[in-house]
Each structure stands twice: as C-alpha cells, then as structure tokens.
Design a binder for this molecule. Sequence first.
Ligand code: HEM
Length: 417
Amino acid sequence: MTKYSPDVFKTCLAGEKIAVFCGPLANKFIFSNEGTLVTYWLPQSVATSLSYKKIDSNTQSGKPTHDVSYKFLKPDSIQHYVAIVHSMTQHHLDKFWAPFHQVKAYTLAKEFTFALSCRVLVNSSNPSLDQVRQLAEPFFLLVQGIFSVPIYLPGTPYYKAVKGGKLVKERLVDIIKQRKREMAEKNEYNDSNDRDLLGCLLVDSHKNGMFLSEEEIASKIIGLMFAGFYPTSTTIAFMLKNLAEHPDIYDKVLKEQSEIAQLKGQGETLTWTDVQKMKYSWNVICETMRLTSPVPGNFREVLSDFTFVGFDIPKGWKVHWSLYATHNNPTYFPEPEKFDPSRFEGNGPAPYTFVPFGAGPRMCAGKEFARIEMLVFLHNVVTRFRLKRVNPKEKIICNPDPIPTEGLPIHLQPHVI
Ligand code: HEM
C-alpha cells in the first residue's frame, strides 16, 4: 500500500499475478462490477480440494439465485432452524461443557458447527454420531490443507486436503444414494419444513425432472459445508474469547439474553423473533468479526481490462479484496486493536468499511443462517456459564483464519439466571 496506493497494490500469490484491493472504494468497485469486469475465481488448492470444477456454471458468475441451495438459505426458509439450533446447542452444552470445569472452546466450537452442518445439509432427523464422525475426519484434513501451496506429494497438507475432499465426497455419495432409495421406496417427494438441503435438492430434481448426479449433489454439499463451517466456528470461538476477557461486555450480553430467556416458559424454545431482539449481542459478534476476521476476503478474475484509481488492471489478472485492509485500519476504526462493540451502535461503520460477509451479488448466501447459529449459541452459553480464559497469553496463528494454538481453554463457572 505504501509503494502503490492505499486502494490497490500488486503482488504474486500462489504463482498468480494478483491486484489486492484495499479500501471502501475498492470494495465497492469489486461488489458493483460482478459479472461485468470481474468474476468469481478460486485458488487451485481450494478449487481442487472442493471439486469445484464439477459445480454447475451458474455458480461461476452473476448471482445464482435459482440454485436450490441458495433458496434453502433464504431467511424465510431457515427460520424454523432456530428451534433445531437451540436444541442441538443445549445437547452439546449438556454433554461437552456442563460436566467440566474447563473446556477447549475453539475445538468444541469446530465440533459443534460441523455436527450442525451435517444435520442441516444431509440429515432430516438427528444425525447418527457415526455418520458425523466418518465425515468429520476427512473433512478436517480438507480444511487444514485447503489454503496450502498446491504441491501434490504424499505428506503435504495439499495432498491430505485433496484426499480428504475425495473421501468426504465418497461418503456423501453413499449417503445420497441411501436417501434416494428411501425416498423412492416411500414415494416421499413432498415439501416439508423439516427437510435438510439434501432432501430439498432431491425433491426439487424429482419435481422438475432435472436429475443431478450424486457427484454433483455431493459437490454442492461439500461447498456449503466448507463455506459455512470455518468462518462460523472461528467466530463462535473468538466471541467466547472476547466475552471471557471483557466481563463488562459479558454482563451487558447476559442482561439482554436473560430478558429474552425470562419471557420463555419452562422448556420453551427460542424463535426467530427472539433472535431479532438480540441486538447488543449481534454488535458483539460484529466486533468479533471486525477484530478477528474469520475470512480474509475473497478472489475474483478480471474479465476485461479496466482502470482503477489510475492503475491499469489487465484481463486475466486475479483480484483479492481484503477485509483486513478496512477492518483493522485506524482510518475507519480508531484504535483498531481495541474490542469495542459500541462501534456498531447508531449508524455503525461507514459504508463498505465493514464487510465480513462481502456485499453485492456474491454476498454470503449463509449470512442469516450464520447469525442464527452464532446468536443461539451465545444465548445458551451466557445464560448457563461465566467464562475466564485459562491462558490469556495463548498464541494465535493465521492459516489464513485465526487459530488459537492451545484450542482456547476456558474456565467455566456455571450459574443460574
Ligand atoms: C460468520 C460466518 C460467515 C462469514 C463471515 C461468511 C463470509 C463469507 C464471505 C466473505 C463470502 C464471500 C463473498 C464474496 O466473495 O463476495 C461468503 C460466501 C459464501 N458463503 Fe459465507 N460466511 C459465513 C457463514 C456462512 C454459512 C453458515 C454458509 C452456509 C451454510 C455460508 C455460505 C456461503 C456461500 C454459499 C457463499 C458463496 C456465495 C456466492 O458466491 O454466491 N456462509 N461468505
């Protein structure tokens, strides 16, 4: 930025010439020129590990609004998931938190988010633990190596990621085949609110006579599993870290969540309306995503030559729009290293400075689902436990999302509201 401009600079990443877009003007430019000057692009390691080539072309440019998986994630379709997320969170906390004085919050957030993804994406009833475990092992290999240098040699993270991706796909194909058989036997092609994404895809292809192959369905599911898993679990973990470090902010969240909990009857579940009331808690989550962006930004490919702030960007170059460039920049967020949810009060940050979910036609399709997942988890944790970090000096590394090296151990102090 010092050499070229605060808005854009050039570099080389993974063998590609990359223009890094850095500020609100740059973000707006990318989000407004989707499908005309720039289009979706993924580094080779990500595309191969996720079998991205096999995904139909409507995900490559413009907004794939007709895709069933995008419709599945729209707010009116996912509202009923609040109750499911609530009951899965309670079960998770009863089993993996309540019996212990200390837990590894990062490790558990990963396990919880993955089990929830399995529930939402491939299983209409409670996912059998074995099935989740069988998918989890190769999936975690995929996640660990997906952003690595693409050297396909035994032992490299990339090799493990590709192998992991293939195994997840094979296991998903088995699940899809079994589900297809069950639906055909029962002739069960009705819309049901409780359906998972796989159910929706199978019902839709049956109704429209557009049969997707098992591999195509598996590719869609892996794509969503990955897109939804790592930013959500990372944000949950870091939101717990921030609450453990800031008792004053924890108390404000607890006040908001207690007021919601006290209006509920014994055993009554949270609803979509309750989630809308969690305004301060959402500010805390936004500040967590600002301070520790779970996603560093994303990539595009240049479709035709253009000029941006006086710099010519040629066709074929790749573009990376960077979240850190605004989220951690004192020009837009004074004292950027300070955790301060009040930044999101009133009108909040200036346009295009806070874009954890992107914006424009390719904005995160799972934003509302992520909001439900994170807020419902937060509600259940604060209404049951006070939190304190075991090692405030624990090292955080980036790969490229932030990872606490000890798994974020946290002391739990149970309480009743
Ligand atoms: C804290 C949680 C999350 C964050 C911060 C996040 C962030 C992002 C970002 C930055 C993008 C790229 C936008 C762009 O390239 O312009 C994206 C895309 C996407 N996300 Fe998320 N995401 C989250 C959770 C989820 C969840 C839970 C799902 C699904 C279950 C999901 C599904 C997707 C999909 C399908 C895309 C691709 C959209 C497209 O290209 O049309 N995300 N997300």
